[in-house]
Design a binder for this molecule. Sequence first.
Ligand code: PLP
Length: 405
Amino acid sequence: MSYNGKVLFGDESLFSLKSENTNNPLAIKDASYLDNAATTAPCPEALAAMAEALQFNWGNPSSPHEHGYRAERLLEESRQTIASALNCKSEELYFTSGGTESNNIAVFGAARALKRRGKRIVVSGIEHSSVGDAAKALQEEGFELLVLEPDSSGIIPLNRLEEAIDAKTVLVSLMTANNETGAIQPIEKVRALVEAAQAPALIHTDAVQTFGKMRLSPQKLGVDLMSVSAHKLHGPKGVGALYVKKGLKLPSLFFGGSQEGRLRPGTQPLPAIAGFAAAVKALPDPESEAARQATLRARLTESLVELDGLHINSPENALPGLINFSLIGYFSDHIINHLSGLKVYISGGSACAKGEKSKVLAQMGLSQELIKSAVRVSFSRFTQNRDIDNLLEGLKSVKENLLKY
Ligand code: PLP
């Protein structure tokens, strides 16, 4: 790890202080890291904030003395920083251990809070498993689960949502953008459907892949609950947040102290939270960064379409920094391993579903041929033209050196 220009630990030959291609202190030398939807390297600002909190602000935010007061100040400043980036009030933001925990608290909490008013839960079939499996678990408690499939572009059609939401619906959960295809979902249209059905439903969105990439506002999206995670935007792993609309009280999954409004008890991981806030503060303006990433995407797709057997699986208006494509004739794993040998790092589907065939692409109706050769490339604010060029060179090398199945 490097901090203030000094290598504190780690292998200097592997990790460079300032990699030329990413300008990021933890990047592997001369490599192109294009798997940012799985996780991102912590940015220098997050590293500095974490080191400082670990060393100089290690008090318990709940302690009634100077160490506690200082820790509490940093905790609340961090909450304020993240809340203003999310266009919400700081008292509406609860720190959690990440996207998975935020999603679990939201899904179980919303359904159980309204269990006397109805039993129907509506989720999309392309949700992260921390939403999808939580919803399935609620079936065991007697809830009726409706899982909606996307259309061929990976987007949940409004008419399916409209048909599914009835007067007994207590939860609708639809992610802001999908982690495998980048397809942006019509979450801002859900509120009107819930109102038209006169449903008591709470609306949740998993915004883990969009925080830092799109300007988010739970109020404008019309959602009651929104999950975010630090490690997707150059913050540390193991910390995230759940937005809970003011006035809404959810039953917690945990018992313990009174931290985080009892919704997520336990001493807050202040260094991680400070790193999260520093990473958020360091985010570029979402519109100009999206435009920059769209230029990178265009550079990539212009050359991709020239490759024989190449099929782009993401819709055109997806998140600019996330693109899923298939190179027909080559298994995903073989493409990924070959590129990895060339220090170009990408993934197949989602990092959490390691080795499994993509359920998202299957629901989109893609052929087995396309599914078995699908890969995902994802950018971050550190991705440069040369990373795209390295990937394109790597894909040419796949075609020249790998045997087709
Ligand atoms: N939701 C989505 C859409 C994700 O992509 C991920 C992580 O891959 C998660 C939730 C889980 O977040 P975390 O790794 O912070 O638990």
